[in-house]
Write a protein that binds this ligand. Structure first.
Ligand code: SF4
Length: 697
């Protein structure tokens, strides 16, 4: 727990010059930057209301005048004194004010029990939201917090800023620069006056990552190292999922935090993502492209002792995949596969071999860094895959596949995939060790599916599903009858009907419309049926394989249309546009969800269902296949409704959403004003006109 001293200056006692980044005390008299003379903008002070007549300790932490009933329910559930209730799961829609409620409830617990709150978020935007709320609480109570970002985002060194491709890459370059004493931002940290200045500015503060970056820039000290220095002493750390659920990142994070798992109160935001994230983290792939390039690295740096095994690995993979079709997947037995490779190379895949590979990978990266190149070693990919394969072979919670894929350039690339089948492989131990967890999501129905998949035992669970916080008039859900994404319904007549409905929705909606399809194949059929010709607004298509930058630009251009005459965005369910972006207010006034995004019944999916059926008899398919598909659709349907003030029409273009099984798994708010309607122009037009007229359009 941090040193609680209310006389310490708050972060708002300093201003950052937006021109040069200089940190200046906020009480500076002439209002000008002392370094560059630019005028300083003092941040607007949020209105904080000290609550009077408080009866519960948590009330002293709640910074707003009004507290909603739903927020009180969240706070009271978390604050209940019962040591067996270690895991709290809360299902509540956006706009309830979950973040402030959870922090208000947890901070007194954290301070009393000397724990650290680790708030796991999916997006940087959500991490900033946590910091904003902490700053509000900070005006009432002497608390501290930080949003933690990685080296790639925080580094000041031009080589990392220019060349690092990802976090691992940034770590490799940073290690080299520090070892060679080539980073002044790191060296500066040993200077006592600078260390004291960093301490003075950051002690007992609530700091977002941008503020830490600015502090580092101003003092010429590494912002990442500043973060590392701060986190052992703060009450709340907002992080990405990876910091807790990725074992290699978690190890360093806990070291820097200087805490054990038992000292952590873990908040899991957007928790419906956790099962799939955990499975992704513990799965691993290796392409023949990487193996062949690793062979080249071995040859170039004369590592003959690893070359033969790499050659054998590639040859056996090519041989095993030779009769496969493109996009086919087959199961392979890792014991047999390894034996074949070892026999061909007349050498063992053992610890010595893996160590030699690691040496080669480190050597390649060091040479590249010395040459001011991005340190990328294909041998690294080979060694991490082989470690995973040898460590998990024989386990029934992993399955192994050979895939035959086609690259963007049209090359056929065989791949090995070791697929985790059980999220508990990652989550089980963490949930057991931490002091307490709070899982939050708007789409966790049924909660039993979530708790089973991540391994929360019933006896340690307290859960709460809150009613809809929205006015019924703020949204209408129209389920379109007679169309679906079932295979037998994917015929031209269905797509023509869908297009007519889309056209009617687009023309009846004042501004922006989002269309999210169950698959790229369905999106293509809608486009091929003539979407662009059928609508009068500009169309924005999120094509398969778009980079995140291209996607961000597309989404921003679409949002900008809301200030003109409106536009139409088409994308797939579960993609960046449907889950990674919010579209409040007029940024999306109608959303159309086309079909139910079931995963393709390919061998990897079948293996997962079979495994889960064994683990949770009669429920495995539902937990691992049906519910995730409905959740993806619900998530997309909720994109336009992000606060109590937002309103939107939601069109679910698949009659199954009105059936009992599917309807019962939709969020409460989505089904409370739900109507099954015929796919007829007049009916849809009438419903939407009435809805938008009510909202003054
Ligand atoms: S020490 Fe910091 S500034 Fe220097 S290279 Fe590493 S991350 Fe970048």
């Amino acid at each position: 727990m941090s040193n609680q001293n209310s006389s310490e200056p708050g972060v708002d006692d300093y201003i950052f010059c937006s021109q040069c980044g200089k940190i200046i005390p906020s009480n500076i008299e002439n209002g000008m930057c002392t370094k560059c003379d630019a005028p300083l903008n003092k941040p607007a002070q949020p209105v904080v209301h000290k609550r009077t007549n408080t009866t519960e300790e948590w009330e002293e932490y709640f910074p707003y005048l009004e507290i909603r009933t739903l927020q009180t329910q969240i706070i009271e559930l978390i604050s209940e004194e019962n040591t067996t209730q270690k895991h709290v799961v809360i299902q509540a829609a956006n706009g309830v004010g979950k973040t402030i409620a959870v922090l208000t409830a947890l901070l007194p617990l954290c301070l009393e029990k000397k724990k650290t709150i680790v708030y796991c978020c999916r997006t940087h935007q959500q991490m900033s939201r946590v910091i904003e709320e902490l700053k509000m609480i900070k005006q009432l109570k002497p608390i501290s917090g930080i949003a933690l970002r990685g080296r790639k985002e925080l580094c000041l060194h031009p080589i990392i800023q220019k060349f690092a491709l990802d976090a691992g890459n940034a770590a490799d370059i940073c290690r080299y620069l520090k070892k060679e004493n080539k980073c002044k931002y790191f060296s500066n940290l040993v200077k006592e006056d600078i260390r004291n200045k960093v301490d003075e500015i950051t002690k007992m503060k609530v700091l977002d990552s941008l503020e830490i970056f600015k502090i580092g820039k101003s003092l010429e000290v590494c912002p990442y190292e500043i973060s590392k220095k701060i986190i052992p002493n703060v009450d709340v750390v907002a992080v990405s999922y990876q910091h807790i659920f990725n074992p290699s990142i978690q190890m360093n994070f806990l070291l820097n935090l200087d805490k054990e798992m038992k000292d952590i109160i873990l908040v899991i935001d957007e928790a419906h993502n956790l099962p799939s994230t955990a499975v992704d983290i513990s799965s691993s792939t290796l392409s023949n492209f990487s193996i062949e390039n690793a062979q080249s690295e071995a040859m170039k740096y004369k590592m003959g002792e690893v070359y033969d095994l790499l050659e054998a690995l590639s040859a056996i993979l090519i041989d095993e995949s030779s009769s496969m079709e493109v996009n086919e997947e087959i199961v392979f037995d890792p014991e047999d596969f390894i034996k074949k490779v070892e026999k061909r190379a007349n050498q063992k895949i053992d610890e010595n071999f893996l160590k030699s590979l690691e040496r080669l990978a480190d050597f390649v990266k060091e040479i590249q860094t010395k040459q001011n190149k991005t340190p990328l070693s294909y041998t690294s990919s080979v060694v991490s895959y082989l470690k995973q394969l040898t460590q998990t072979k024989g386990r029934d919670d992993f399955a192994n596949f050979i895939l035959k894929t086609e690259s963007k350039a049209g090359n056929i690339v065989p791949k090995l995939l070791t697929q985790s089948l059980d999220p508990r492989t990652i989550t089980g131990e963490i949930l057991e060790k931490v002091h307490m967890t709070v899982s939050l999501s708007g789409t966790l129905d049924p909660i039993e599916a979530y708790t089973s998949l991540i391994g929360i035992p019933d006896e340690n669970l307290r859960n709460l599903s809150l009613p809809s916080p929205y006015n019924k008039e703020n949204h209408v859900t129209l389920v379109i009858d007679k169309v679906s994404s079932k295979l037998e319904d994917r015929i031209p007549a269905t797509f023509i009907t869908m297009l007519e409905v889309i056209s009617e929705v687009v023309e009846s909606t004042p501004k922006n419309v989002g269309i999210f399809c169950a698959s790229y194949a369905i999106m293509k059929s809608i486009l091929d049926t003539g979407l662009e010709r059928a609508i009068s607004k500009p169309l924005f298509v999120a094509h398969k394989g778009m980079s995140s930058r291209e996607n961000d630009k597309l989404v921003q251009d679409f949002k900008n249309e809301s200030r003109k005459k409106g536009g139409v965005l088409i994308s797939v369910l579960g993609g960046r546009s449907s889950e990674g972006s919010d579209y409040p207010a007029s940024e999306m006034e109608s959303v159309i969800v086309i079909g139910i995004p079931y995963a393709k019944p390919i061998p990897t999916v079948k293996a997962s269902i079979d495994y889960l059926e064994k683990q949770f008899p009669t429920k495995g398919r539902e937990f691992g296949y049906n519910i995730p598909a409905i959740t993806r659709a619900s998530q997309a349907a909720g994109r336009p409704i992000r606060s109590l003030e937002d309103y939107a029409a939601i069109i679910l273009m698949d009659y199954r959403f009105a059936r009992h099984y599917y309807k019962k798994h939709l969020p409460v708010w989505l089904k409370e004003n739900l109507h099954l309607v015929q796919p007829e122009k007049k009916i849809i037009e009438e419903k939407l006109n009435k809805f938008y007229e009510f909202h003054g359009n």
